[in-house]
Every structure is written in structure tokens, then in C-alpha cells.
Design a protein around this ligand. Structure first.
Ligand code: CA
Length: 245
């Protein structure tokens, strides 16, 4: 199996761009860089990277719009890098299609840890065994057909364009059915940790899960009041909505 992983760094600050490039190189990536949003969108389309780090404050297009445009053609893991510590920015970044975020200044080892946690999560059927073994390879629930093997979700004959984070959250609910998953549990799941290790989950991590769930709900066309798939258990988390047949 060819195992060249491609990273793309979209960052206008030369020092930070170089720092991130070095971190990704050391993590084993073939790294490309772009210093503007439009160049980043083009590179993302051409290179099909596995991981993208995306600065929110770019000279031409802002990072939110860059993320939206990249998402039209890419399922890369997108880590937003923001100089603005305001939580609203990070949540907007996740809403626009980011998987994770780091606030500048960040420690190189923290970035590396995030990237490596992301890469432990499966991308293709060949490396998805950690997930696939926990759920039937093909599951159907209220008309939504999900394949853990090929990582596809098909609704009314149309394949949904889910990010990997959204797909992993959907799969997590399908695995446990009517058992409620807490936001902390789902945040750990996104780090590919077993949900009983009890590692630290911040409020921001939990709110990130809410944002990803909101995005997923939109793509499914699901309803909060009468859900077919994503049932919110207020103050706790989420579970799979009841089967209606
Ligand atoms: Ca910048």
C-alpha cells in the first residue's frame, strides 16, 4: 500500500508556515504550502491532502470561506489555526467544515499530537477495522444506509457528503443505538480513544461536538423535534432516534 500522506499548510505568516511545515514533515507528511486562501483552495483540489492546517486570518479570503470551498472537493482533516481566542471563531470554523482547531501560539508538539490523533482515525475501508469491528459493515436505520467498510452514508439513493468527523459521529450513534452517548464520550471517540479511559475533555471540545452534530443534522435534513437519526438528550448528549418500522 502506498503510504505517502500529504499535508497542506495554508498560512500567510511565513514563520508559522515554516513551523507547521516542519511539524508535519516530522510526522511523516509530504508537505505543501500555500500563503493565500485562493492558492490553498486550488492546492487542496489538486493534491487531495490527508491533513490541512488552515489559518483563519488570510489576506485574500477568510479562513471560514476557504474551509467551505475546500469542503466541496475534499474530505481532508482540517485543523483551523486561529490567532483569535474567541470561542465564536472556533465554533464558526468548525461550522464551516473544520474538524479541529488550535489557538495561536500553540506548541509544536500539541499540533503534532492532534494530527497524529486524527490520522489514527480511519480514512478508507482498508484501515477502518477499529471502527468496522464495532458495528455491522452495513447498517440501515430509518432509510439511511451506512457502510462502515466503505465509509459511505446513502439517503434516498444519494450519497451524503459527510466529513470524516461527521461520519465518525454518525457511526458512534449507530453502534450504541438507544444508549445515550455523552458529548465527552463522543469527543474522546473523535480522538480515537476508548470511551472509558476518562481522559480530559474541555468545554470547548464538547461544544465542538455540538457543532459537528449540528452540521450532520443539516446534511441529513434531520429534525430536532422529530428526529429520524440524531436524538438530542438535553444536557447530556445524543443517541440514535427510535426506528420507525
Ligand atoms: Ca494569518
Amino acid at each position: 500500500m502506498s503510504e505517502v500522506r500529504v499535508g497542506l499548510v495554508i498560512e500567510d505568516d511565513q514563520d508559522i508556515r515554516e513551523l507547521v511545515r516542519v511539524v508535519l514533515s516530522q510526522a511523516g507528511f509530504d508537505v505543501h504550502t500555500a500563503s493565500t486562501g485562493s492558492a490553498g483552495v486550488t492546492s487542496a483540489r489538486e493534491l487531495n491532502p490527508d491533513v490541512i492546517t488552515l489559518d483563519l486570518g488570510l489576506p485574500d479570503i477568510d479562513g471560514f470561506e476557504v474551509a467551505r470551498q475546500i469542503r466541496k472537493s475534499s474530505d481532508a482533516y482540517i485543523i483551523m489555526l486561529t490567532a483569535r481566542a474567541e470561542e465564536l471563531d472556533t465554533l464558526m470554523g468548525l461550522e464551516a467544515g473544520g474538524d479541529d482547531y488550535l489557538t495561536k501560539p500553540f506548541r509544536p508538539r500539541e499540533l503534532r499530537a492532534r494530527v497524529e490523533a486524527m490520522m489514527r482515525r480511519p480514512r478508507t475501508s482498508s484501515d477502518s477495522k477499529s471502527v468496522a469491528e464495532e458495528v455491522d459493515p452495513e447498517v440501515s436505520h430509518n432509510g439511511l444506509a451506512v457502510s462502515a467498510g466503505s465509509r459511505t452514508a446513502v439517503l434516498n439513493g444519494t450519497e451524503l457528503k459527510l466529513t470524516r468527523t461527521e461520519f465518525d459521529l454518525l457511526l458512534a450513534l449507530l453502534e450504541t443505538g438507544r444508549i445515550v452517548r455523552t458529548k465527552a464520550d463522543l469527543a474522546r471517540r473523535l480522538r480515537n480513544e476508548p470511551y472509558d479511559v476518562g481522559s480530559y475533555v474541555s468545554d470547548a471540545d464538547e461544544r465542538a461536538v455540538e457543532v459537528h452534530m449540528g452540521n450532520l443534522r443539516k446534511k441529513l435534513g434531520d429534525s430536532i423535534q422529530a428526529p429520524r437519526w440524531l436524538e438530542t438528550v438535553r444536557g447530556v448528549g445524543y443517541r440514535l432516534a427510535p426506528s420507525n418500522n
